[in-house]
Design a binder for this molecule. Structure first.
Ligand SMILES: NC(=O)C1=CN([C@@H]2O[C@H](COP(=O)(O)OP(=O)(O)OC[C@H]3O[C@@H](n4cnc5c(N)ncnc54)[C@H](OP(=O)(O)O)[C@@H]3O)[C@@H](O)[C@H]2O)C=CC1
Ligand SMILES: Cc1cn([C@H]2C[C@H](O)[C@@H](COP(=O)(O)OP(=O)(O)O[C@H]3O[C@@H](C)C(=O)[C@@H](O)[C@H]3O)O2)c(=O)[nH]c1=O
Ligand SMILES: [Mg+2]
Length: 308
């Protein structure tokens, strides 16, 4: 690592940020501002932070992730998801830093059944997806060296996610109706954090004395990074409940019923095909994500160990 090994981490109270913080700490000095120190909806706040910290790397999982709420709060979603990445990019470019950001399967329109490649046309169906896509474009347009990882259906052992919601509801209800025609892959926050730390380490290897932007420049771009395999939300819920039954044989769990999207109306429209083709990640960086079932089991086992 170089003399300036400061890593600015956003969103450290979120699922991915919390998983990243301890792993990045082995690569440099992590500066992880709280929300009152860094407001992602305020460009001036971002610029001040970048000036004060002068990081070598910016790792940016912070985002507005309330998909349905974004439909009625588009201004805040836009400021956080669409504008902030470009501001980080502009400031990073000034100081030769590199930016790692995260995006979503919701940039796609969900048509067809083939896994989406990075080169496929986007077409977001909802405000959240549009703002995330605008953020990808703003970061790329800033001219900063950057890696953007598009992922999907992120969960962690403790954060707020579909996994936590279903694990809880399955104990409270007799039946749960779960969408069975949206296809994608659950992705573990800790797997994403491991991938990120591995890539930073690999890029830094032998990079003594060079700017972070020079380590990343030729590989700048978008990469798909989701759990291996595929599932519907129904499959994901079934898997969670099956694990619960095996761990707690004396408890009763809700019956999981498959339903079409039409029977689960929500303010935001969601894509039917969220499959992400992750071969570029393998081709360029030699990294593959674990099977989604394996990682879900790990998160559930860690919940069991904590008694949740
Ligand atoms: N969750 C998912 O299913 C998926 C997520 N992604 C992307 O992955 C990344 C990480 O997601 P995940 O960890 O799940 O997200 P979380 O919602 O768990 O965390 C978001 C983080 O951003 C912070 N944040 C939000 N608004 C602001 C603000 N105005 N100022 C400062 N901080 C703010 C939150 O702070 P606070 O705790 O104070 O709210 C929190 O720390 C995001 O870019 C997301 O778009 C991509 C695909 C799927
Ligand atoms: C709770 C519940 C959800 N569902 C459906 C609704 C939805 O289509 C799906 C998942 O519910 P969620 O509320 O987790 O959906 P959502 O918040 O849209 O999840 C998304 O979050 C953003 C941040 C992303 O980037 C995406 O990759 C994706 O993970 O399950 C049911 O069918 N039945 C239920 O009882
Ligand atoms: Mg949600």
């Amino acid at each position: 690592m170089s003399l300036n090994n400061r890593i600015l981490l956003t969103g450290s109270t979120g699922q991915l940020g919390a998983a990243l913080q301890p792993l990045l700490a082995s690569l440099g000095t992590v500066v992880a501002p709280t929300r009152s120190e860094l407001d992602l909806s305020d460009a001036a706040s971002i610029r001040r932070t970048m000036l004060a910290v002068r990081p070598r790397w910016v790792v940016h999982p912070g985002a507005y992730t309330a998909v349905d709420r974004a439909e009625t709060e588009p201004e805040i979603a836009h400021a956080v998801n669409a504008v902030a990445p470009g501001v980080f990019g502009e400031e990073a470019k000034r100081i030769g830093a590199a930016v790692i950001a995260f995006s979503t399967d919701y940039v796609f329109d969900g048509s067809g059944s083939a896994p989406w490649k990075e080169t496929d046309s986007t077409g977001p169906l909802n405000v959240y997806g549009q703002t995330k896509l605008d953020g990808e474009r703003a970061l790329a347009a800033s001219g900063a060296a950057h890696l953007i990882f598009r992922t999907s259906w992120v969960y962690s052992a403790q954060g707020r996610s579909f996994l936590g919601t279903i694990a809880k509801l399955a104990r409270e209800k007799e039946k749960l109706s779960i969408i069975n025609d949206q296809h994608g892959a659950p992705t573990s926050a800790s797997d994403l954090a491991e991938m990120t730390a591995y890539l930073v380490r690999q890029l830094e290897d032998g990079g003594e004395g060079r700017r972070a932007e020079d380590l990343v420049r030729t590989q700048s771009g978008v990469y798909h990074a989701a759990g291996t395999g595929e599932a519907t939300w129904f499959d994901f819920a079934k898997h969670i409940v099956a694990f619960g039954k095996a761990s707690y044989p004396d408890q009763t769990f809700a019956e999981i019923l498959p339903i079409p999207t039409a029977e689960y109306p929500t303010p935001a429209k969601r894509p039917l095909n969220s499959r992400l083709d992750c071969t570029k990640l393998w081709d360029i960086f030699g990294w593959t994500m674990p099977l989604w079932t394996k990682s879900v089991d790990e998160a559930l086992a860690s919940r069991t160990a904590k008694g949740i």
